[in-house]
Write a protein that binds this ligand. Structure first.
Ligand SMILES: C[S@@+](CC[C@H](N)C(=O)[O-])C[C@H]1O[C@@H](n2cnc3c(N)ncnc32)[C@H](O)[C@@H]1O
Ligand code: SF4
Length: 333
């Protein structure tokens, strides 16, 4: 299915976790696509965003990582892409520091992965990079934003330049005209100190094109410079600011994704309970499940050796198998 947002909506409509697990088991044994690959081709970042673990010196010291070689990228493509519904390049680090993203995108295209996306801070990418990604087959880009105005943007995204971000947005807006199927998505990581300026979002960015706007409340994803997770002082304003933004997005035919106030303080939802079966994280530090060996294993050999089919079958009958994951409930318009 090309439209991943429809798939997400469908996933939400099916409330029963056991039916979802039954579907996953069925797709696995019939050789169909059923999972998303979250790929970090390099575990480094050019920025030190205050809400992110890259602002923590200890994290940086203990997470020095080499990047994937060409050979490893080919192995990853051969092992994972033919059963993947979605490939997301850039998950826990900055993918634009990797020099050969085009190769990843092209391989995913060759293996007919239905949806290929990239998440990036966009500061290092120039017009020609964007063109080259789209020409290689990128379906969507998610640009991360931690402030609407220059001051907050550069305060929260340490080392970033507002002008470089706008230059990428300008290049993408231009490319969108020649590639109307390409999707531009904004991921606004919101906290109590950058919520209010969201009210100016559409005024400030009125000249740029967006297809999707996601508001993602700050979560504890590791030790970080900024770690105020409280909403108490701002909770009453949350629904009013988000509500107005939602209305504006609907008028502009932009898909709007944000949790409602009532969900802000909740830490789990039912969809989280299938994430372990359908979200495969691949980086040079960790590849799918413990025990998977990229040099020796294939999807089939590993599944057979570790009885993946049997494990997925058992999950159908487990009452709830993953209530500790912190995944927020998002409302999609
Ligand atoms: C860790 S980044 C990696 C990808 C890329 N470097 C980027 O920033 O787009 C993935 C997403 O996490 C978001 N993020 C960073 N810190 C966060 C936090 N404390 N809570 C929730 N999301 C956060 C970022 O804004 C980004 O959209
Ligand atoms: S949020 Fe992304 S861009 Fe910012 S420091 Fe983290 S990995 Fe880097």
């Amino acid at each position: 299915m090309k439209n991943v947002y429809l798939l997400i909506k469908l996933n939400r409509l099916i409330k029963s976790v056991w039916i979802k697990n039954l579907g996953i088991y069925f797709l696995h044994i019939t050789g169909k696509r059923y999972y998303a690959v979250f790929l970090d081709p390099i575990v480094m970042c050019n920025l030190r965003c205050r809400m992110c673990y890259f602002s923590d010196e200890n994290y940086r010291k203990t997470h020095q990582s080499r990047k994937f070689t060409d050979d490893e990228i080919e192995k990853i493509a051969n092992v994972f892409f033919k059963r993947a519904l979605k490939l997301q390049i850039g998950c826990g680090a900055e993918p634009s520091l990797f020099q050969n993203n085009e190769k990843i995108i092209r391989l995913a295209k060759e293996k007919k992965v239905p949806y290929i996306s990239m998440t990036t801070n966009a500061n290092l990418l120039k017009d020609e990079d964007w063109k080259s990604f789209i020409d290689s087959g990128l379906d969507e880009v998610t640009l991360s934003l931690h402030g609407v105005k220059k001051e907050n943007y550069e305060y929260f995204m340490t080392n970033a330049s507002y002008e470089l971000f706008l230059a990428s947005l300008q290049a993408l807006t231009k490319l969108k005209k020649q590639n109307p199927q390409f999707k531009i998505r904004i991921n606004y990581t919101v906290n109590k100190d950058n919520l209010e300026e969201l009210a100016y979002f559409f005024e400030i960015f009125k000249n740029y094109h967006f297809d999707i706007l996601q508001i993602r409340p700050i979560q504890k994803i590791g030790d970080s410079d900024y770690n105020d997770f409280s909403w108490n002082s701002i909770i009453e304003q949350y629904d009013s600011i988000i509500g107005k933004l939602r209305q504006e997005a609907i008028i502009r035919q932009i898909t709007f994704i944000a949790p409602e106030k009532k969900d802000l303080t909740k830490s789990e939802n039912e969809n989280s309970s299938i994430a372990d079966s359908t979200n495969f994280y691949v980086s040079s530090r960790s590849c799918w499940e413990d025990g998977f060996d990229l040099q020796k294993d294939t999807y089939e050999s590993y599944s057979k050796r570790t009885h993946l089919g049997r494990r997925l079958f058992k999950r159908i009958f487990q009452k709830s198998n993953n209530k500790t994951k912190k995944i927020l409930n998002y409302k999609i318009n």
